[in-house]
Design a binder for this molecule. Structure first.
Ligand code: AN7
Length: 347
């Protein structure tokens, strides 16, 4: 049996012997060495942490395993969240696993098809609101004080604790600390979690810490602009967030690591998304390509350390957003079922 993150990292997590070891097999995701993108820009130690291979298809499962375990331990009956899609898919999966109710609130028309399908299929109560993720999060925070309800957005500290385990895994897999880490930033929870993970290793093992580079989409870049964005816009729906809940800790990760949080355009995101599929065989959702887009931009500027290991976190699976995968591509017309027609079509 594959141990989940609670079992593997219990000593570093806020759990006791009686905390249930809830798992869907999250974590232990591959660190894949870049075969073509890295070498094309002179980086021979570029790696991708492929978090899309988690059980519900995103990194959220690490934090959700722990948040659900702690909710069950506290006697909760309902998991509640607002979401741009992945948190809702993950909460719905872990709730069904534990016989809890999931209530997920998502922006109407604002989440990728696969994520909505997941929440419905796992049996969650799915509510869509006319507004942004920020509006949805503000609303759910106000109803989260009901008895038996656990709020499982990343404002829940157990989410961040669970997600820091990805930093532990990277160091185990690489057998050293990367010099730079590139990661998409929406609500700011995950960059906070990685920084905590690397910082804990630095404290306990005296290791170095990477420079943290966060990527926001140009039309949804409050941390880059220094002020909330009322109407966030981007093709990367997962990070269409205008007022991140983990604002201060995301900025702290940037500053303490000597890193950056920068904006990338939708065109750059989609170009990186396509390169990951066509040059690496890695399907990701658009938001997950934002970190790679930032790396490519910095490599063009010449501000990347070429001789050091660099890791890009690929946060969510490509199949979550099939529309993004086929954008600009045409589905071929049917071929007559004859050898001649097939040979002609192959060319
Ligand atoms: C694929 O699901 O906020 O900076 O509600 O799904 O920790 O928010 C998702 C965020 C990056 C950004 N990549 O992480 C949600 C949600 C993917 C994501 C992010 C998200 P945070």
């Amino acid at each position: 049996m594959t141990p989940g993150i609670i079992e593997r990292y219990a000593a570093s997590l806020p759990v006791s012997a009686t905390t249930p070891r809830i798992t869907l097999g999250e974590g232990s995701t591959p660190l894949v060495r870049s075969s073509r993108i890295g070498p094309s820009i002179g980086l021979h130690q570029l790696y991708f942490k492929y978090e899309g291979l988690n059980p519900s298809g995103s990194f959220k499962d690490r934090g959700m395993a722990l948040a659900t375990a702690k909710a069950v331990e506290a006697g909760a009956k309902t998991l509640l969240c607002a979401s741009t899609g992945n948190t809702s898919a993950s909460a719905s999966a872990y709730a069904s696993r534990c016989g809890l109710r999931a209530v997920v609130v998502v922006p109407a028309g604002g989440i990728a098809a696969g994520k909505l399908a997941q929440a419905l299929a796992y049996g969650a109560t799915v509510l869509t609101v006319k507004g942004t993720f920020d509006t949805a999060l503000k609303l759910v925070r106000q109803v989260a004080d009901q008895p038996g309800v656990a709020l499982v957005n990343s404002v829940n500290p157990d989410r961040i604790e669970g997600q820091k385990t990805a930093a532990f895994e990277i160091v185990e897999q690489l057998r050293e600390v990367p010099s730079e880490l590139f990661i998409p930033v929406g609500n700011g929870g995950n960059i906070t979690a990685y920084w905590r993970g690397f910082s804990e290793l630095a404290r306990t093992q005296g290791s170095s810490r990477p420079q943290m580079h966060g990527a926001q989409a140009e039309g949804a870049a409050p941390l880059v602009r220094g002020k909330p964005v009322a109407r966030p816009r981007t093709v990367a729906t997962a990070i269409r967030i205008g007022n991140p809940a983990s604002w201060e800790s995301a900025i702290a990760a940037r500053d303490e690591s000597g890193g950056s949080i920068e904006a990338v355009s939708d065109a750059e995101i989609m170009a990186a998304h396509r390169r990951l599929a066509r040059e690496e065989g890695l399907l990701v959702e658009p938001a997950s390509a934002a970190g790679v887009a930032l790396l490519l931009a910095r490599a063009r500027e010449g501000t990347v350390r070429r001789d050091q290991p660099i890791v890009c976190v690929l946060t969510g699976h490509g199949l979550k957003d099939p529309e993004a995968l086929t954008r600009g591509l045409t589905i071929p017309a049917a071929v007559e079922p004859t050898l001649t027609a097939l040979r002609r079509a192959i060319g």
